[in-house]
Structure formats: C-alpha cells, structure tokens
Design a binder for this molecule. Structure first.
Ligand SMILES: NC(=O)c1ccc[n+]([C@@H]2O[C@H](COP(=O)([O-])OP(=O)(O)OC[C@H]3O[C@@H](n4cnc5c(N)ncnc54)[C@H](OP(=O)(O)O)[C@@H]3O)[C@@H](O)[C@H]2O)c1
Length: 295
C-alpha cells in the first residue's frame, strides 16, 4: 500500500471535502482527530484514523509516521500557529515530502498586523519557508458556505439582508473549489511556487446578492441599512475577536478582489455566488446539506 496522506482538521467543514476528494481518487488517507468514533462514522473504512490532539506531541508524532504528504488545516484559535508548526515540523522529521497548508484569506495576512488570525497563519507560512520540504499555502477568500446560508435564511423568512460588514463586496469562494485545489496540489507532480490567493470569479455585494435571491424566490428582497459594527467584549474569545476584525476589514473593502488562481490551477472557472444560491434554493440542493459543510 502507498504511504498515506495525513489530513488534519479532516472532520471539519473543509477537511471533510478534501478527504472525500482524496478517497475518490483512491488515495491512502489518514485523518487526525480527537474524535476517532466520529471520524469512523463520517468516513467508514475508507480512511485510516489517527487519534490525537495538536496539544499532544506524542499523538502528533504517531500520526505523521510514514506519511508521504500532509494537508495542514486547523481551526481558528489562539494556538493555531503553535499547533500547525508542531505538525509541520513533525512531518518533516518523519520524512514527508510535501505540505499543503490551508491558510488565512490574503487580506488578513498582508499587510501584517491587521488580523490576529492572519498573523497566526503568516507565522506558519514563514516557518514552512524555513523547512526543507516542498510546500504551498492556499489563501482562500471568505467561504460561501459560511457566509451565505444566513443570508438565504433571512431572505426566505422575509427579513432584510444584514451581514454585519455593511454592504461591501466580497469575491466569495465556494469551499468545494478550495477542496478541489487542495486535492490537486496534494497530488500534482509539483506545487505552485508561491501562496495561492483563491477567490470566486467575481466581487459580489449585498445588493447583488439580494437581487439574485429576489429573482430565485420570485419576491422582493431588501437590504438593511449597514449596522454599526458591534464592539467586541473585553473577555471575548480569540475567535470572536478574529471574526470582528474580519468584519471590519471586509467593510473596508479588503475582500473585494478576485484572482485567476482557481482557473489557473484547475483549468476551469470557480463556482459563482449565483450558482451557489441557485443550488441551495432548488430541489437539487437537498442532495447537499444546506450549510454545504458536509458534502
Ligand atoms: N471560513 C472562512 O471564510 C475561512 C477563510 C479563510 C481561511 N479559513 C481557515 O479555515 C480554517 C478552519 O477550517 P474549518 O472551518 O473547516 O474548520 P472547523 O470546521 O472548525 O474544523 C476544525 C477541525 O480541526 C480539528 N481540531 C480542532 N481542535 C483540534 C485539536 N486540538 N487537535 C486535533 N484536531 C483538532 C477538528 O477535529 P476533531 O474535532 O474531530 O478533533 C476539526 O476537524 C481556519 O484555519 C481558518 O483560518 C477560513
């Protein structure tokens, strides 16, 4: 049997899609998880399960043993850089030959100092550049599956659309395209030589989303006046503070640029917001969960 590809964050929203693509291509996949029973329920016998925790170096060393490639993904948290650097260094020590990292959105990383989460991802990217291993960092823009279900729900229940970042435009990306790119870069002959800034095909603002939803629902969909951004409580978690920073940056127009990276890597255009909304509002969508998170 070929050496496995280790996927961290495999049971999460994006990780599941990446595992499905690798298994679909008959790859030997090992998933790293704190919940082996849950992983078994999700993936059946199609993967090897390595039980462990980023905070437990013994479990990390066991998980990387004998692997060929690593898909490096971990949740938004105050330990993101420590966790990911720990797995990357262990993978190099174990003789792995390639790392594909799911990084932060480009506008959280560059310029530095504007996003706690972007700075944490930047620290991991910096460490990867110093390690003797082929690697690529994928920097996806805001995910459709995270942002759009709330807007669909608002429209379906007759509320005005309100997104918490004003009406700013975003070149949203479909998680399925991120997963396609990640699987491609894990399996390609070689990785692209620089961080890949992954976006959807176009910048779409809240009024355009309202227009698409109105057309699909056959009734008017209004947009609420931009709300004043909520002040983050002093005792807010890392994730809450990071999300508040994202909203401020998006409101300032920082997520409003589209790249050709998905087309250049996959040889086809990325999925559009219109496609995503159409799928989710037609009968066909029920083949996939509404959050899009588990397909
Ligand atoms: N949402 C966006 O718009 C966006 C945009 C750009 C980048 N990102 C990046 O995407 C990442 C989040 O991806 P996601 O939303 O797919 O993640 P998620 O759904 O929150 O899943 C988290 C995963 O991490 C695993 N995990 C958590 N703590 C762990 C620990 N201590 N040890 C081992 N495994 C652990 C979980 O596995 P178990 O629970 O099974 O252990 C789960 O598989 C973040 O790095 C974020 O910066 C997101």
């Amino acid at each position: 049997m070929s050496a496995p590809i280790l996927v961290t964050g495999a049971t999460g929203r994006l990780g599941q899609l990446i595992v499905a693509r690798l298994v679909g291509k008959n790859q030997h996949v090992r998933v790293f998880t704190r919940r082996p029973g849950h992983a078994r329920a999700l993936f059946g016998a199609s993967v090897e399960v390595a039980s462990g925790d980023f905070a437990d170096p013994v479990s990390v060393r066991a998980a990387v043993r004998g692997i060929q490639r690593l898909l490096l993904l971990s949740p938004l948290s105050g330990t993101l850089s420590i966790d990911q650097i720990g797995v990357a260094e262990a993978a190099v020590a174990a003789g792995a030959s390639r790392i594909v990292k799911i990084s932060g959105a480009d506008w959280t990383i560059d310029p530095p100092g504007v996003s706690m989460s972007g700075d944490a991802h930047a620290a991991v990217e910096w460490r990867l550049r110093g390690l003797p291993i082929e690697h690529v960092s994928l920097r996806p823009n805001a995910w459709m599956q995270v942002a759009l279900p709330k807007l669909i729900h608002q429209a379906e229940t007759g509320q005005m659309l309100s997104a918490g970042y004003g009406g700013a435009g975003i070149a949203f990306i479909d998680m399925r395209d991120i997963a396609d790119v990640a699987a491609h870069q894990l399996l390609a002959h070689e990785v692209i030589g620089k961080p890949a800034i992954l976006t959807g095909p176009a910048i779409v603002d809240l009024r355009q989303i309202a227009g698409i939803l109105a057309r699909l629902l056959h009734r008017p969909v209004a947009v609420a006046d931009a709300a004043v951004p909520a002040i983050t409580a002093a005792d807010a978690s890392f994730e809450q503070r990071a999300v508040a920073q994202f909203k401020g940056l998006i409101a300032a127009g920082r997520a409003a640029y589209a790249t050709e990276a998905v087309s250049e890597i996959l040889g086809r255009a990325p999925r559009s917001v219109e496609q995503f909304l159409t799928e989710h509002l037609t009968a066909a969508c029920f083949a996939e969960p509404r959050t899009g998170a588990r397909n």
